[in-house]
Structure formats: structure tokens, C-alpha cells
Design a binder for this molecule. Structure first.
Ligand code: FE
Length: 205
């Protein structure tokens, strides 16, 4: 089974990336855009706006067992119910983390990532070390992200492709019975949905 890279990444990346760089340089040079503003925009889509979509889906699964069952069976359509669809999210699968199994996501060949639910991929996700080490030594990588797993926990690594994108359903933190769905969504970090983190125990201030 080959890793399908019919999208604009992999070997074609250099061409697109070069064009984007050239365009950015030109715009900056002409004074049309501020590079700091561009960085800020990317930061917003990478860390704030993008992952909030996925967090809403996860919080729903935490409070609604029937939805969770459906989400694990047919993620693409369940996510569509929220209005989250489009490029790089056409075929979604959700993997549930449990006390026995920890799932994490990588794209070994480039940076396939579920844009509609997570926004833009973080830089480390696209970097060669993560892409190779997530497969060769996932526990070490998880440790560096601060995720400590017992030896009895099985780690499963899912390799994203242009055909299929994954979203991790992290475990719901303890002592959150009194929280609303909206409050729960604040506990769902981006990394917990990639599998390189776990859900937060309190909302970030
Ligand atoms: Fe890829």
C-alpha cells in the first residue's frame, strides 16, 4: 500500500514552497505585509482557531456516549455535522485513547494533517525528526512531549495519508463531571488530538 501524495506536498512541496516564499518576500519587500503579522496569523490558525473545531467534536464525544459510538464508526460524517469539512478532511478516522491504548498520529512522508478540525500543522509535525522518530521510538517522543505512559500501555502510531486523516479522542480528565460541554472543550489541547499530549486538567487562563 503506497502512501498517496497526490496533493501538493512531498516532492512537489519544493515548488509550491518556493513560490510562496517568493511571493512573501516580494510582499514584504514592497511593504505590503509585515512578516510579524504573517507569523501571528499562522500562529492563530495553528494554535487557536483551528484546533477549537476538533475540541468541540471531542467534548461532544465526552458528554454524549451515543455520539461517541457514531464518531468512532463514521468520523467523516459526524464531523461534518459540525460543519467542519473540506480539503484535507475528506476522509477522517477517530482513534480513542484508553487506559490500555495510546494512539498518536504522524505523517511519515510529509505533513498530512486534518485541517478542518485542527487547522495548520505545527512546525514540529512537519519536521523530519518527528516524522521518523514517532515510528521508530514513539515512547521516547511522547516522553519529550511530557506524556509518560506505563509499560502496560500499548502505543499505536497512525500514519496519515492524503486519503485518510486521523483525530485522536483523548481520555476525559478525571473530576470533570460538573463541567459543561463548552467548558470541557477548553481542556482539549491540540496536542491531545494528535496524541502527543493528553487533555488538560484545567482550562488555560
Ligand atoms: Fe503526507
Amino acid at each position: 500500500m503506497s502512501h498517496d501524495h497526490s496533493h501538493e506536498e512531498g516532492s512537489a512541496l519544493s515548488d509550491t514552497a518556493l513560490r510562496v516564499k517568493a511571493l512573501e518576500s516580494l510582499l514584504v519587500e514592497k511593504g505590503y505585509v509585515d512578516p510579524a503579522a504573517l507569523d501571528q496569523l499562522i500562529d492563530i490558525y495553528e494554535n487557536k482557531v483551528g484546533p477549537r473545531n476538533g475540541a468541540a467534536v471531542i467534548a461532544r464525544a465526552w458528554v454524549d456516549p451515543e455520539f461517541k459510538v457514531r464518531l468512532l464508526e463514521d468520523a467523516t460524517n459526524c464531523i461534518k455535522e459540525f460543519g467542519f469539512e473540506g480539503r484535507q478532511g475528506e476522509h477522517m478516522e477517530v482513534k480513542e485513547n484508553t487506559p490500555q491504548i495510546h494512539n498518536m498520529v504522524v505523517c511519515t512522508l510529509c505533513s498530512c494533517y486534518p485541517w478542518p478540525v485542527l487547522g495548520l500543522p505545527p512546525v514540529w509535525y512537519k519536521a523530519a525528526p518527528y516524522r521518523s522518530r514517532a515510528v521508530s521510538e514513539p515512547r521516547a517522543v511522547l516522553g519529550e512531549f511530557g506524556v509518560k505512559l506505563g509499560d502496560d500501555v500499548e502505543v499505536r502510531v497512525w500514519d496519515s495519508t492524503a486519503e485518510l486523516r486521523y483525530l485522536i479522542l483523548p481520555m476525559r480528565p478525571e473530576n470533570t463531571e460538573d463541567l459543561s460541554e463548552e467548558e470541557l472543550a477548553l481542556l482539549v489541547s491540540r496536542d491531545s488530538m494528535i496524541g502527543t499530549g493528553i487533555a488538560l486538567t484545567e482550562a488555560p487562563s
